[in-house]
Design a protein around this ligand. Structure first.
Ligand SMILES: [Zn+2]
Length: 496
């Protein structure tokens, strides 16, 4: 009995000994620091485990040491030492989230928006890597360089150059020239939006030659998912082109008055596309995508206003964190992309709810058949804020029927794999880059703990404010989430 008490005391002491070391400062790179007593959720779908001490040197994880409390109490186990540390007792540590569909934005509707606003919001939401799929390519490449040197407060950036930037290449030869030019500029990959088949063929074959991956927003176009299977697209963005490939007649049944250039038409009737897919043909499409290694980045969050407009328009974080330039851009106006809600009806929402149900079933089928699913926020459009949109995306993956371990894998390990970076990021593992988040709560139980605004809990009859990503560690540099959020609020207050 005495021995047992002694053991418990020793275990308690060893577990909490960490708190006596100095805590890290936000925004500083250390030669070495330790995250103590972390419950780790890795990016490969395996169950949580801990407590562990994570040792970071420079920009790398050099060790993840599971604490064997019995061995330590008996004087056999050794805890790694560090002068500075983060106390993660009772907290969860995950790989940094990977936002596979980001747009770095420094303006909305022609009005300037500070680029720090989106970069800091992403970090505050636990995003350590973004794949930019369309922005001012040159600017974003320079941000990528500054971010990799730790000169700016920003996630790691992969730039997928936007193929469709004006002047839009009109034939396959010009398309190949554009791809070569983008490669010379230093892009990491290519983003295309629905094009004619011959142009897609040129883009994909030239990209392959140059070692560039291709993200494809299919659109309701000449091409559909069969073409992505055929040409070997890296990832299909959103979902267009997938149900379209399973419509037996080969054409969507739009009304005769339909005009694709009219956004009300486009978004309204997109909400009636999944119901047109023939299920058994759809399964063949999904199988073919799996066989051709075409990943799926569904961005469920960005269509949510279509199924529940009021929810999208009244998100609680708008009050303190929605920049007035973005707020303006979100207001329905025919001059702004995605502002089709002036004529949105309960009928539209009902169709879209059904659309989501079929879409979500298709996603589950895709993964069960071996497909790779990732997460992206596509924020800056249709009421989605940078970062917050990605957390909502995770919630929607859970709603689709994936268990939270899988959802976290979508947002970490799977993103790394589709980027071709699975040996460097997306895991909590020795030798990997130190891209990690320390979460104040258990995201496996409640993904909402990832929202940087946190949540309230009742403990011993009292309301306690908790949750949020407390630390976002990117490339070995710890950023304090609440401090980032405060800076964002100041930016917004000033602009208002
Ligand atoms: Zn987009």
């Amino acid at each position: 009995m005495k021995k047992r008490i002694l053991f418990l005391f020793a275990a308690f002491f060893l577990l909490y000994s960490g708190v006596f070391a100095a805590s890290v400062e936000s925004g500083r790179r250390y030669q070495r620091f330790i995250i103590r007593n972390a419950t780790v959720v890795d990016g490969n779908g395996t169950p949580a485990s801990g407590p562990s001490d994570i040792v970071i040197e420079g920009n790398k994880i050099i060790d993840v040491v599971p604490l064997d409390l019995v061995a330590i109490a008996e004087g056999e186990g050794v805890r790694p030492k560090g002068d500075v540390e983060i106390d993660a007792t009772g907290k969860y540590v995950l790989p940094g989230l990977i936002n596979m569909h980001a747009h770095v934005q420094n303006e909305r509707g022609g009005k300037p928006l500070p680029v720090d606003y989106c970069l800091k919001l992403w970090l505050a939401c636990g995003i350590t890597t973004i794949r930019d799929v369309g922005s001012d390519t040159k600017d974003t490449i320079s941000l990528r360089e500054k971010s990799s040197k730790g000169e700016i407060v920003a996630p790691r950036i992969f730039v997928y150059g936007y193929f469709g930037a004006p002047p839009v290449p009109k034939n396959p030869e010009d398309a190949r020239i554009r791809i070569r030019d983008l490669k010379k500029m230093g892009v990491d990959g290519i983003k295309i939006v629905g094009t004619d088949r011959d142009i897609q063929e040129a883009v994909e074959s030239e990209s392959k030659k140059l070692g560039l991956r291709v993200a494809h927003h299919v659109g309701v176009e000449e091409t559909n998912a069969w073409d992505d299977v055929h040409f070997g697209t890296t990832s299909i963005e959103h979902w267009y082109g997938i149900p379209d490939a399973a419509i037996l007649s080969g054409r969507q049944n739009f009304p005769s008055t339909y005009n694709y250039a009219n956004e009300v038409d486009r978004f309204r009737y997109a909400g009636r596309l999944w119901r047109e897919a023939d299920w058994s043909t759809l399964m063949k499409v999904l199988d073919a995508m799996v066989a051709a290694n075409v990943a799926w980045d569904p961005t469920l969050d960005i269509y949510e206003a279509s199924r529940d407009l009021q929810r999208a328009q009244t998100q609680p974080w708008f009050k303190d964190y929605l920049h007035p330039v973005l707020a303006d851009y979100f207001k329905p106006d025919p001059a702004h992309h995605g502002s089709y809600f002036l004529q949105w009806s309960s009928t539209d929402e009902t169709f879209w709810k059904e659309n989501y149900r079929i879409w979500m079933s298709a996603l589950r089928e895709f993964e069960q058949r071996g497909g790779t699913i990732t997460t992206g926020d596509d924020a800056g459009f249709i009421y989605q804020m940078y970062g917050f949109g990605l957390i909502r995306e995770l919630e929607l993956h859970q709603e689709a029927g994936f268990q939270t371990l899988k959802v976290i894998q979508h947002a970490t390990g799977n993103g790394a794999k589709v980027l071709g970076e699975e040996q460097r990021i997306g895991r909590v593992r020795a030798g990997y880059l130190a891209d990690l988040i320390v979460v104040n709560g258990n995201p496996l139980e409640n993904l909402k703990v990832l929202y940087p605004t946190g949540l309230d809990e009742v403990r011993d009859g009292k309301i306690v404010h908790t949750g949020g990503v407390e630390w976002t560690i990117k490339d070995g540099i710890p950023y304090h989430g609440p401090t980032l959020l405060k800076e964002i609020k100041e930016m917004v207050d000033q602009a208002r």
